[in-house]
Design a protein around this ligand. Structure first.
Ligand code: ATP
Ligand code: MG
Length: 568
């Protein structure tokens, strides 16, 4: 047999052992025939070699296996490419070149990140990865009235949790001087003017498609006024406006604001600046100088594209490709800060991590995994159709991820007492999961148990029921409920009940979040709190541990005394 084939056998055996700890001759044979179909006629000849190799590989320690692979087949250790399926929802990017794509996620630090931001950030990151490009995190912080230091941090924490990795982080406010220079260029070329009209006049003129006097002023007047915006003028006295077209069908082009005076202290720069660029001006310049090739934003910005490209054309700056996708939100769970902030201020929800909210903090607290959010976002794809996704879609992605790791515990909501006699032992051990090996727990039991009232109501003297994990019980008395242990044989049509021993039952609270709004109306009953009994083992679990309460649903331990309901 050739050395080449011997090498292939060794490689297949090592790889299989690397993945599964041990290898088997049949598996190695299968792999070899898969890659070398011509050997199908020579199974007899190669089998002894396979058996030899498999035996020797199975005697190696994990370390030895790794070292052998490193020496002889280092390609096996190379990082496996990410599964394509995860990006299925995203179509190829128009005009994208391998290695040259730059995307950016530009949040304004004016609130906590939510599932909509997750959508934007994940799509930005996935496209950068898809083309071996880069993602920039850019804090779009040019409105000091709304921005706070705490939000810069919260956004980073949210992205870390989502495992969105960016290659560079910057603030628009780093570039104010440069933005002034670009504004100066606009004024010099008479593409912009300084307007001192009152806000009402400006709005009325926009509606009526009428230019104002300021737009007809001499260039000199604009220069003087621009100077004054840094000194004499007060907030509201003057704005720089782009000379667009007051009769444009696109209302955005009716002489939009480029700069305004804001006297509020900036969270990072304090009172260093008082003249701040508008979103439209800053975003176009920043995307261009940051090298962004593909700039995504939500659909409501579509009308702003004309202004974006016009500004860059005038300044002769490189133009990124702007693309839109739909806003993401859940039914009855608002993402907009305009709606969220008052809910918090009025105490209708407890804070940004209230489990009813679609903020990342809240989703985390509720037991939603970041991988589930990513899968969910990618499953929706890059669509323009508005997505008010049902929360259940996210749930089904999450359930698949948490199920194998959620510890099964008994929990009784509406307790009724039942006495069981003749139990063979006062200690039992139960597996933490029906199929996965995530440990076992030991529970002390007495004769007295809590089971659900609704289970008790169905009991009749003479019935047999199964105490899950414990054994079968024959009901000897209906009221008060009593029974007798009758063995552990598993019968098929026997009713199952979950139970908690009374002697060590732990009282905890479960928070059950549901839809915050029905239409416009706040749902006063959106957070149900139930007091329940669970097993003492609950106390030993770490905060954040995922649990499936048997016959109830998935929850996440929130604190010693409280769990949050995740989903069915
Ligand atoms: P808000 O109404 O909450 O202020 P915003 O769009 O002003 O929303 P930003 O912080 O400016 O929020 O958003 C940063 C990025 O996230 C932008 O690219 C924006 O398009 C995107 N984004 C924000 N909300 C959503 C959403 N619900 N769905 C998808 N993308 C969103
Ligand atoms: Mg915003």
């Amino acid at each position: 047999m050739s050395d080449d084939i011997k090498d292939k056998i060794l490689k297949a055996a090592l790889q299989n052992a690397l993945d599964h700890g041990k290898t088997q001759d049949k598996i190695v044979l299968g792999k070899i025939l898969g890659t070398e179909p011509s050997l199908r006629t020579q199974v007899k000849e190669i089998m002894p070699t396979i058996i030899d190799v498999v035996n020797s590989v199975n005697q190696m320690s994990a370390d030895q296996i790794r070292r052998q692979i490193q020496d002889r087949f280092p390609d096996l250790l190379a990082e496996k490419p990410k599964k394509q399926e995860e990006r299925d929802g995203l179509p190829p990017l128009e005009g994208a070149e391998q290695g040259k794509v730059i995307t950016r996620f530009p949040p304004e630090p004016n609130g906590y990140p939510h599932v909509g931001h997750a959508k934007a950030a994940i799509i930005d990151e996935e496209y950068a990865k898809m083309y071996g490009g880069k993602l920039i995190l850019r804090f779009d912080d040019t409105n000091p009235e709304a921005e706070r230091l705490e939000y810069y941090a919260a956004i980073k924490v949210g992205l870390d949790w989502l495992e969105v990795k960016y290659d560079r982080v910057k603030n628009t406010s780093d570039d104010i001087e440069l933005l002034y220079k670009k504004c100066q260029e606009m004024l010099d070329g008479n593409y912009a003017y300084v307007c001192t009209c009152k806000q009402e006049t400006i709005s009325a003129n926009r509606r009526e498609m009428k230019p104002c006097k300021c737009s007809m002023g001499e260039q000199e007047q604009n220069m003087e006024r621009w100077e004054k915006m840094f000194s004499k003028f007060k907030q509201g006295d003057a704005i720089v406006r782009f000379r667009g077209n007051m009769s444009s069908e696109n209302t955005v082009m009716r002489d939009p604001v480029l700069f305004r005076i804001i006297e509020t202290r900036h969270p990072l720069l304090a009172d260093k600046y008082r003249v701040w660029p508008s979103y439209d001006f800053a975003v176009a310049i920043e995307d261009s100088i940051d090298g962004v090739t593909h700039a995504f934003r939500t659909k409501e910005y579509e009308l702003r594209n004309e202004l974006y490209y016009t500004i860059l054309d005038i300044l002769k700056m490189r133009k990124p490709k702007v693309m839109e996708f739909s806003r993401l939100g859940f039914e009855g769970m608002p993402v907009s800060k305009r709606i969220l902030r008052p809910l918090i201020e009025e105490g209708k929800v407890s804070g940004y991590d209230d489990p009813r909210l679609p903020t990342l903090e809240a989703l985390k607290r509720r037991g939603v995994r970041p991988e589930a959010i990513r899968k969910f976002v990618l499953s929706l794809g890059f669509t323009k159709a508005d997505t008010l996704a049902p929360f259940e879609t996210l749930e089904s992605f999450n359930r698949k991820i948490v199920d194998p790791e959620s510890i099964r515990l008994h929990m009784v909501k509406n307790p009724a007492s039942i006495k069981v006699r003749n139990l063979p032992s006062n200690i039992i051990t139960m597996p933490n999961h029906p199929t996965k090996d995530i440990g076992r727990r030991t529970i002390e039991i007495g004769e007295d148990f809590y089971i659900e009232s609704e289970d008790v109501e169905k009991l009749k003297t003479g019935d047999a029921i199964r105490f899950m994990g414990l054994g079968n019980v024959r009901i000897t008395n209906q009221s008060p409920p009593q029974g007798q242990y009758i063995g552990d044989e598993i019968g098929h049509d026997i009713a199952k009940v979950h139970w908690v021993p009374q002697k060590n039952a732990q009282k905890i609270k479960i928070l059950i979040p549901s839809q915050l709004f029905f239409g416009e109306k706040f749902n006063e009953n959106s957070l149900e709190e139930i007091n329940v009994f669970t097993e003492p083992y609950y106390n030993e679990l770490k905060e954040g541990r995922e649990i499936q309460f048997v016959r109830f649903g998935y929850c996440r331990k929130d604190s010693v005394l409280q769990a949050v309901y995740t989903h069915k």
